[in-house]
Design a protein around this ligand. Structure first.
Ligand SMILES: [Fe+2]
Length: 300
């Protein structure tokens, strides 16, 4: 798999064009070897075990130590509670199956293998059946606290923690069930944007100030430690679907809910009866009407 499409993910974690992974042929070959095992993989099949190198384990240890600390400071209480239920070893990269077995017992979710970009219909729709597409490769060792694409650390420290909590798992299923009911790019894009600004980049108010609950924030040392400097707006679907995506660097605008119960109410209200006519009923713009916008990086 070429690394070229990774530039599409540059918005998520910083300046992809400057990242050493793009010019390191040895890294690219290793990353692509691991990713290639997702070719032909069917949703629900067990992920093959990966024999991680000592260098990859060392990267995990570095990120684990840094993220735990910054999550303690900036993660919302529900996330910190869920984190305790997940077997996230401090010293080695865990295998998908050991994470999945634990999540399955807690919420009925399992990881299913992805090698990179997954189409919205498959990625979002699989959540309806309790499967979350996750990758196995590890970010470049030269920049352990920053990656231009989601890696196994993002999936475990972000989505894995979420899916240990039945309340979060219900929200993933809600997203998936909405996606399973529609097929058009417009409808899937709308769901993807709501997913993006909640389960990837969501912020909640707490008695101690804003705290992050989105997986992309939770798994990014740099962004988690400074997300409160972004423009924090009250959650508004009509607002967020019109917002251009940040194409270089951290997200400049984040949407804030009052609580996890508020988030659940928002998502269920919008998604429980979501269908192909939702966009028209709510007078939301179509993709073709938003030509000035960048398409969001597809959340694999
Ligand atoms: Fe993600």
């Amino acid at each position: 798999m070429s690394l070229t499409p990774l530039n599409m993910h540059g918005t998520r974690f910083g300046r992809a064009v400057e990242h050493p992974s793009l010019a390191d042929a040895t890294y690219v070959a290793r990353r692509n070897l691991i990713a290639s095992r997702a070719c032909g993989h069917q949703v629900g099949e067990p992920s093959p075990a990966v024999s991680y190198s000592e260098e990859e384990h060392a990267t995990w240890r570095t990120v684990h130590a840094a993220l735990r600390s910054v999550q303690d400071d900036w993660g919302c209480p529900q996330v910190l509670a869920a984190r305790e239920a997940v077997p996230v070893p401090p010293d080695r990269v865990p295998q998908h199956e050991e994470i999945s077995d634990r999540l399955d017992a807690l919420s009925g979710f399992r990881f299913t293998l992805a090698g990179g970009i997954v189409p919205n219909k498959r990625f979002l729709g699989a959540m309806a059946d309790g499967y979350f597409h996750a990758v196995q490769y590890v970010r470049h060792p030269a920049m352990p606290l920053y990656t231009p694409e989601p890696d196994v650390l993002h999936d475990v420290f972000g989505h894995g923690i979420h899916l240990a909590d039945p309340v979060f798992a219900d929200l993933y299923r809600t997203v998936g069930q909405a996606a399973a009911r529609v097929d058009s790019d417009d409808a899937l894009d709308l769901i993807s944007r709501v997913y993006w600004f909640t389960l990837e980049y969501g912020v909640t108010r707490t008695s101690h100030g804003p705290r992050a609950y989105g997986a992309a924030l939770l798994s990014s040392y740099g962004e988690l430690s400074r997300f409160a400097r972004a423009e924090l707006r009250s959650f508004d679907i009509d607002d967020l679907v019109r917002l251009p995506y940040q194409v270089d660097g951290y997200q400049p605008v984040l949407f804030t809910v009052d609580s996890m119960a508020h988030l659940a109410d928002i998502l269920h209200t919008f998604l429980d009866d979501f269908d192909e006519a939702t966009r028209d009923r709510r007078n939301l713009p179509r993709l073709a009407d938003r030509g000035f916008m960048n398409r969001p990086p597809i959340p694999r």
